[in-house]
Design a binder for this molecule. Structure first.
Ligand SMILES: [Mg+2]
Length: 372
């Protein structure tokens, strides 16, 4: 198989509703979409980057430059022929996990199409019906929040995650728990707590959370370990886990009991499988974290969420939750609170080319000749 060209597209996709976290407010998603072109097939991948370095250090522009000048030419030059080849190539690159993940995803899509195997089959998923969970931004009005939770539960979501900060946590969690005593309730602080907030953290136990996600900054594993010693609620590490080595270290120092695993954030599907297998062995429950992904990234997440180690409900919902219109032709719709992972070869998605062109703000195409 020859990868004859790689195309890199910068997109701007309006969100269904603006998303507010403790660190930023988003009205558009700005992912990068890469496509690998061979004789017979096109493999698609997504870098779930954003306009600024808030969730991770990569941005739409920095990732586009890295892909254009470094990673895409390297792939065109080395011409990986197997998932192992691609894994080896990607592990030779430092940092840039979202850009690496996009190329890893596109290559899995291409290999799956070539071998006529779905991604779920390629990676060994054990189930394809994935329970839906919703992630809600920070609400300043708890009545609005409760109405939103009401609607989500009526729509079939089986778990609710509320974004919190030290200032909003008490009002948010007490309002939701008062209305829904038995709800599978997660909270996500996106690293907004600091050492001085330790005394606030008893509320996680008081409100019987399934888990508290990323209380402290990504690099602050020691504070996380200190907090985990003092509360019963499981800390779920998200931004702190960028690699297999991070997962090992976090487990070793007892910085948390769960991991939110997103292939798009940790360098791709192969690295996600390494972390998954380690967590399964160490009995560390995984949850499938969500990013603002198009149907391309979501298809990969759905396949991963079907692995045996994903025992906590993640952030996966139907397509129209995030975008008025997606760049894939089919939509992921729910059945009785579950989404089905696609079973067609590769990622199993068809691209809506008209809308992809419409949403593209900048495009670069690299042919194999230009990389030699
Ligand atoms: Mg999170």
């Amino acid at each position: 198989m020859i990868i004859s060209s790689i195309t890199i597209r910068e997109l701007a996709l309006p969100l269904q509703t603006p998303f507010i976290t403790s660190t930023t407010q988003l009205t558009h998603a700005k992912p990068l979409i890469v496509s690998f072109h061979s004789d017979n097939h096109i493999g698609w991948g997504e870098a779930s980057v954003s306009f600024g370095p808030y969730y991770g250090h990569e941005t739409t522009k920095s990732a586009a430059a890295f892909l254009r000048h470094t990673l895409a030419p390297l792939i065109l030059k080395q011409q990986p022929q197997s998932l192992e080849d691609m894994d080896h190539l990607l592990r030779s690159i430092q940092g840039n996990p979202m850009s690496r993940a996009a190329c890893d995803m596109a290559f899995h899509d291409l290999i799956g199409k070539q071998q006529q195997l779905s991604l779920t089959t390629l990676i060994g998923s054990t189930h394809t019906a994935i329970p839906m969970g919703i992630s809600l931004g920070i609400y300043t009005d708890t009545n609005d929040l409760i109405q939103t939770v009401d609607t989500a539960l009526a729509q079939g979501y089986q778990r609710v995650k509320c974004k919190i900060s030290p200032d909003t946590a008490a009002a948010t969690l007490s309002a939701v728990r008062r209305h829904y005593p038995d709800l599978d309730l997660h909270a996500d602080a996106n690293g907004s707590y600091t050492e001085k907030d330790l005394h606030h953290c008893t509320i996680f136990d008081e409100h019987n959370l399934t888990l508290i996600e990323q209380p402290y900054a990504a690099q602050d594993l020691l504070s996380s370990a200190q907090l985990q010693q003092n509360i019963d609620t499981a800390i779920c590490l998200d931004e702190s886990i960028s690699s297999y080595a991070d997962a090992q270290l976090a487990h070793h120092i007892k910085a948390g009991k769960n991991i939110s695993l997103k292939a798009g954030r940790i360098g791709g599907i192969q690295e996600a499988l390494r972390i998954h297998n380690y967590c399964l062995q160490q009995n560390i429950p995984l949850t499938c974290g969500g990013l603002y992904e198009t149907g391309i990234g979501r298809a990969a997440q759905l396949a991963l969420a079907g692995l045996a180690g994903y025992t906590r409900i993640g952030d996966i919902g139907p397509s129209d939750r995030y975008f008025p219109r997606d760049i894939i032709s089919q939509s992921f719709t729910q059945q009785d609170g579950y989404l089905l992972a696609p079973n067609a070869p590769g990622l199993g998605v068809e691209i809506d080319m008209d809308f992809l062109y419409y949403a593209t703000q900048h495009v670069e195409n690299l042919a194999v000749d230009s990389a030699l």
